[in-house]
Structures are given as structure tokens and as C-alpha cells.
Design a binder for this molecule. Structure first.
Ligand code: ADP
Length: 169
């Protein structure tokens, strides 16, 4: 089972992807998590992504595409994966098409989570508060100002029609 999960920041893609991954015994591939790990471990990739992510903007396509292309070749993704947060732009969707085609595989479905934007803002505030109350680290980009930028980036770039067309063919 090969799936992509689309939706605005705060929609719950991570939560749903985790559940789907467990249900189908496939890895949950979150570009946000992979990039945050790279930032935390101070790799070259992390250094390039750090400030962009802190501003809530999108990391350049070629960086994210390379990360995903490499990750889907890991043995655990052989029988499938659920992609969370990728593709987020039309060039990323086109690159995913190409990367899957050269491997002779295809997506089974693209799922889009739709959530009212007012609800998203409340959720993001709640997520930050909950993490702080539980003594966990709060994501630097989980604040109302950066969240606005993330939402704008989502709206301006989302490759929804592209994905729906690909998964329907
Ligand atoms: P959310 O969907 O809640 O914004 P993510 O954890 O998916 O959170 O992403 C966090 C940040 O990582 C994004 O704001 C962006 O800077 C970067 N990022 C993640 N995935 C991508 C992607 N596919 N393309 C470009 N940037 C990305």
C-alpha cells in the first residue's frame, strides 16, 4: 500500500499517518520529521533547512525530493509507505511521479484532510500548550505568526489536482 496524505498544517496528517502505517505495517515517511531530525543532528541538510523551517516557509524542492527519493529505497519501504507532508508543490508531485515510475511502482491513493482554518489555529495553539504542559519541546514553528506563513505556503503550493489525477489513472 502506497499512500500520500495531503492537508494543511495542523490537520492531523501525522496522527492519521501513524495509524495508517500501523494498520498496514508500512513506514510513516514524514518530510517534516526527517527535516527536523536533520536540523537536530546538524547535518548539511539540516543547516540548509533550519531557518527556512523556523520561518514557516517551504524547503527548496530539490532538497526535499532528494530526501524522499533516498528514503523510499530503504528496505522497510519495499512493500509500501505512507507519505506525510510530501508532495507539497507541483514540482514535488511531478518528481514523485518520476521516482515511482523508474522503480516500476505507483501510488494506491492520495488522501486529503480538509479542516476549517479557524479550527486549525486553535489546534496549533493547543498543540503548543499541551507540549509545554507535558514538559515536551514545543515546535519552533507552532506559534500563530509562523503558522500563518505555513498556511499561506500550503495554500499557494498544494498539488491537489495533480495528485488526484495521478492516483485516478
Ligand atoms: P506541517 O504540515 O504541520 O506544516 P510538517 O512537519 O509537515 O508540518 O513540516 C514542517 C516544516 O518542514 C514545513 O513548514 C516546511 O518548512 C518543511 N517541510 C516539510 N515537508 C516539506 C516539503 N514537502 N516541502 C518543503 N518543505 C517541507
Amino acid at each position: 500500500m502506497r499512500l500520500v496524505l495531503l492537508g494543511p498544517p495542523g490537520a492531523g496528517k501525522g496522527t492519521q499517518a501513524t495509524r495508517i502505517a500501523r494498520r498496514f505495517s508500512i513506514p510513516h515517511l514524514s518530510t517534516g520529521d526527517m527535516l527536523r531530525e536533520a536540523v537536530a543532528s546538524g547535518t548539511l541538510l539540516g543547516l540548509r533547512a533550519k531557518d527556512i523551517m523556523a520561518r514557516g516557509e517551504l524547503v527548496p524542492d530539490e532538497i526535499v525530493i532528494a530526501v524522499v527519493a533516498d528514503r523510499i529505497d530503504h528496505g522497510d519501504a519495499e512493500n509500501g509507505f505512507v507519505l506525510d507532508g510530501f508532495p507539497r508543490t507541483v514540482p514535488q508531485a511531478e518528481a514523485l511521479d518520476r521516482e515511482l515510475a523508474v522503480r516500476g511502482i505507483r501510488l494506491d491513493a492520495g488522501l486529503e484532510l480538509e479542516v476549517n482554518e479557524d479550527v486549525l489555529l486553535v489546534r496549533i495553539r493547543g498543540r503548543a500548550e499541551q507540549a509545554a504542559n507535558q514538559g515536551q519541546s514545543v515546535r519552533h514553528d507552532d506559534n500563530p505568526e509562523v503558522f500563518e506563513t505555513r498556511l499561506r505556503a500550503y495554500r499557494a503550493n498544494r498539488p491537489r489536482h495533480r495528485i488526484l489525477r495521478v492516483t485516478r489513472t
